[in-house]
Design a protein around this ligand. Sequence first.
Ligand code: NAD
Ligand code: IPM
Ligand code: MN
Length: 359
Amino acid sequence: MKARIVTLPGDGVGPEVTAAAVAVLDAVAEHFGHEFSYEEHLIGGCAIDATGEPLPAASLEACKSADAVLLGAVGGPKWSDPHAPVRPEQGLLALRAALGVYANLRPLQVHPALAALSPLKNEKLKHVDVLFVRELTGGAYFGAKTRTTDTATDECKYTVAEVERVTRRAFELARGRRHKVTSVDKANVLETSRLWRSTVQRVAADYPDVKLEHQLVDSMAMLLLTQPSHYDVVVTENLFGDILTDEAAALAGSLGLLPSASLGEGKAGLYEPIHGSAPDIAGKGVANPVGAILSAAMLLRHSLGLEHEAVAIEAAVADVLERGPHTRDIGGQAGTDAVRDAVLVAFEVHAAASEAFFA
Ligand code: NAD
Ligand code: IPM
Ligand code: MN
């Protein structure tokens, strides 16, 4: 198949991990006979430096007409002055809003070879397989903001329609998994959470085969550590989802491991690792490319319908997590390129096996 992919490497380690993911996509195209064309554009701090804007019109237009968008990361100390008139992160938020990608899928699995890196006892990490569905285009991120010298506000707003569509997405996804949804809110305090809870409750009636439970976000932060294997699909609002998924990454062993897919009703999905620009390690060639590579696998699955190809990448990554080489964040000494190369070698083995099986 032919596909047009826009890449937005961004800032910090963004370009390093995106290059590794593109190398893996190239191997997929080569092995399975697809034609992927890439168009690279600016977003974030590098876009501010070049054009004054965090999401230049040319970048946005390219993304809107692409089959899929692969993003690295945005931000960094250079652009983090609290009084700066424009910020890299605004570019990412504007892109998510413009593409209408309201459902952010963040899968968490714990590879047994890395369980020792987690602060939790290995016993607790068996059978951990959670799919977070984070609402991505509403809530405090997008409400009105005000600032005077001594007061600031961020309005947190949700409509029933916004909650309903992401909830339906979560229930549909649960049907392909273990038929359980945990909805996380703060309904004991927040009005938006009470609207969230009643909407989720009503939508759940259309999915009698899926078990629903509600959990308050503060206790959820604790339960994620004490009983992670209890969860299947976890659906929550934008800010809670942001925080809980970085916490979840600690169970996997590193923030550098987790991928994401942001989906709406439109054509172009947005794919990015959940980590940021990692300024402390940027430019050293040591960033873990696994989150970005697994995001590329999600791109193949969700935007291009290439399931076998996605599975071959995931199997290759699992091999490398099992056998190494590993980057420093997961206890190894290897650089980004060495991990990429090991994934490419393992991919050839899995792709050949997949071809033989489906021939
Ligand atoms: P961060 O995710 O950049 O880094 C947190 C820690 O995790 C750091 O110690 C970093 O070295 C480590 N880490 C992250 N990714 C890694 C990788 N691939 N391999 C190895 N280690 C990795 O979070 P932060 O430091 O809080 O934020 C830095 C900047 O990134 C901020 O400007 C923030 O706004 C931005 N950010 C962007 C995104 C995005 O573009 N999607 C996501 C999160 C944060
Ligand atoms: C993420 C990031 C972003 C978010 C920032 C950079 C806007 O932390 O993708 O998780 O908060 O959504
Ligand atoms: Mn985040």
